[in-house]
Design a protein around this ligand. Structure first.
Ligand SMILES: Nc1ncnc2c1ncn2[C@@H]1O[C@H](COP(=O)(O)OP(=O)(O)OP(=O)(O)O)[C@@H](O)[C@H]1O
Length: 585
């Protein structure tokens, strides 16, 4: 129960509703428990009349009164049962909502590394399935426990007062039922987990084949994917059948044990009535109803125990993530305005998860408003430099400085807000083009959106779509070409008018002519902004104030376009090669 302590703050938050819910549950059950007594009384009245002990008039009046009592108790019990669900189950929905938000908000502050080391499916499961299981503890488990306690207390007090010996006999099968249901519930849960895992494998496979459908079709491997799906699906079917087998035992077992209890009441009760140990025949009828009323709560004890165990395991998994501290912490509370000077002082960086040494002793200095171009072979560490500026990772030696301050000593929010980042793989959300651009500046006007799109040279493409800027992208909408995506992504960064602009090879899918035009626009826009352009093309780098060339994490060349084309090395080779390619075009 240790892990579930995390929920106490929520119980406290909703304490009044919970207390009301519990009181309502008790009232509902007390009224429900009136019925068997009234039924017993009714049978006694019938028996009295049958034996000629009472007149027909008395019989009629008493029977009518009892019937009205039964109706009244049933109506009140029904109303309170409705309110019971409305309060306790609603509280469980509120707590479920709060817990989901808490987890999601915590996910948002966790560092990139956390996402690298945990699978997306796992993150999703904890926020949906695990929270669902915890809710079963918060709502149904509490409700049924209160139900059972009230039913038992009231029913057993009445039964013991009326016929103590018969009560003991009647209750014998109930603990057996409870233990049996507990064992069965555990088995059901075990098998449902297996079913869940197989379902998640199946859906991951299906999702991946849908995402990669163009590769599947172009390689003509549909028969292979069909047969793989068939195998996974068959495994899932078998697991579902295994689950159904144990689930099917649940009700027969209950019916068997209820039947046993009924038999005991009828037999022992009958014998005792004949012996005169029980005064009224109505007691047998009342006991029969009580036994049937008690069976479900008794079964519930077993079920609830397994619910609580499952919730405990789920909450433990949730706590594991909630207790994970983000690697990147904000250490400065007040906002720190950013000018845009950037400096790397002997920065070396090893990715913690792969142990790859991405940067080795990298140094450079960039004044606010200047442009740096980073070139180098693939995997040489270019993107890593950009990640370190935005503190997606921290370095050990405090070598990354912005405005002459170590980045970890700046307000993290101010730092990231001052950066406009265009990633290598342009990621657009399944939303309209307009909203995707406005993502960079929520309150941007339509004119600002259009201007940004014009500067990124994607405006003409956008107005070519039937719905223009309202065109929806992604699964529900159209797919943009690689170059269009990159340009929308650039528009998103420049609309923000940040002090630092980081372009990670974001013109690779654009032809050189368009690249030239975008770069020209960027020169105007980034006049007073610090800009870093990562690229494989000399054309993107040639106007930069400073160019560095990386190789295997080390800076192998530094200079300007003019200085670098005059010395032998990677830059000159690239320049000569790309120049001749342009001539061929
Ligand atoms: N998130 C990460 N976790 C672990 N290793 C990484 C991560 N990102 C990059 N690396 C590794 O670090 C090295 C440098 O990668 P980086 O992405 O900085 O190179 P790059 O020069 O930008 O390459 P490209 O031009 O192909 O984009 C590579 O060996 C890469 O495998």
């Amino acid at each position: 129960m240790k892990a579930l302590k995390h929920l106490n703050k929520y119980f406290f938050k909703y304490r009044y509703r919970l207390i009301i819910g519990i009181v309502i549950t008790i009232v509902a059950k007390i009224f429900a428990l009136f019925t068997p007594r009234f039924v017993g009384d009714a049978i006694n009245v019938i028996s009295d009349r049958y034996n000629g002990n009472i007149s027909y008039e008395v019989f009629k009046t008493e029977l009518t009164t009892i019937t009205l009592y039964i109706i009244g108790a049933a109506i009140i019990a029904g109303m309170f049962t409705f309110l019971m669900r409305q309060t306790i189950i609603n509280v469980s929905r509120h707590i479920e909502y709060d817990l989901k938000n808490e987890i999601y908000q915590h996910y948002q502050v966790l560092s990139l590394n956390f996402y690298k080391s945990n699978r997306t499916g796992d993150l999703m499961n904890r926020i949906s399935e695990d929270v669902g299981k915890v809710r079963m503890y918060v709502g149904p488990a509490i409700m049924y426990t209160m139900n059972t306690i009230t039913l038992f207390t009231v029913a057993i007090i009445y039964m013991m007062n009326t016929a103590p010996k018969l009560t003991l006999y009647t209750l014998i099968p109930l603990p057996i039922l409870s233990v049996a249901i507990y064992k069965l519930s555990r088995l059901i849960n075990k098998r449902s987990t297996i079913v869940q895992q197989s379902l998640s494998t199946l859906s991951t496979y299906t999702q991946e084949t849908f995402s990669g459908i163009s590769v599947i079709k172009s390689y003509g491997i549909e028969p292979r994917t069909n047969s793989e799906f068939d195998t996974l699906s068959a495994e899932n079917r078998q697991k579902q059948i295994n689950l159904t087998k144990v689930q099917a035992l649940f009700f027969p077992m209950m019916i068997l044990l209820i039947g046993l209890s009924n038999l005991i009441v009828v037999y022992i009760g009958g014998v005792q009535y004949m012996n005169g140990e029980i005064e009224d025949i109505g007691t047998i009828a009342a006991f029969l109803i009580y036994v049937n009323m008690l069976t479900w709560p008794v079964a519930v004890v077993g079920w609830v125990t397994s619910l609580v165990q499952q919730a405990e395991a789920s909450q433990e998994r949730i706590n594991e993530f909630l207790n994970t501290e983000p690697d990147i912490q904000n250490t400065v509370n007040e906002l720190t305005p950013i000018k845009g000077d950037i400096e790397f002082k002997n920065v070396s960086f090893v990715y913690p998860d792969t142990n790859i040494e991405a940067l080795k002793d990298v140094s450079f200095k960039l004044k606010s408003g200047q442009t740096l171009a980073i070139l180098g072979k693939t995997g040489s560490g270019k993107s890593t430099i950009l990640d370190l500026i935005g503190r997606l990772y921290d370095v050990d030696n405090d070598g990354v400085l912005v405005d002459d301050t170590v980045v970890s000593k700046l307000n993290l929010y101010s730092l990231r807000k001052s950066i406009g980042y265009v990633p290598q793989d342009a990621f657009l959300f399944s939303d309209s083009i307009k909203n995707n651009i406005k993502f960079g500046k929520e309150d941007a006007t339509d004119d600002e959106v259009i201007e940004a799109a014009k500067n990124a040279r994607v405006h003409k493409n956008i107005i070519g779509f039937k719905r223009g800027y309202d065109t929806v992208l992604g699964e529900r909408g159209i797919t943009l070409s690689g170059g269009q995506k990159q340009r929308v992504s650039i528009a998103r960064a420049i609309i923000k008018r940040p002090d630092i602009l980081l372009f990670d090879d974001c013109l690779s899918a654009v032809d050189t002519d368009t690249e030239e035009k975008i770069l020209k626009n960027l020169v105007k826009l980034t006049k007073d902004k610090t800009t870093i352009i990562v690229s494989h093309r000399v054309s993107s780098a040639k106007n930069a104030n400073q160019i560095i060339v990386l190789d295997d994490g080390k800076v192998i060349q530094t200079g300007t376009h003019q200085s670098l084309i005059n010395v032998e090395g990677y830059y000159k080779e690239l320049y000569t090669k790309q120049l001749s390619e342009k001539e061929i075009q």
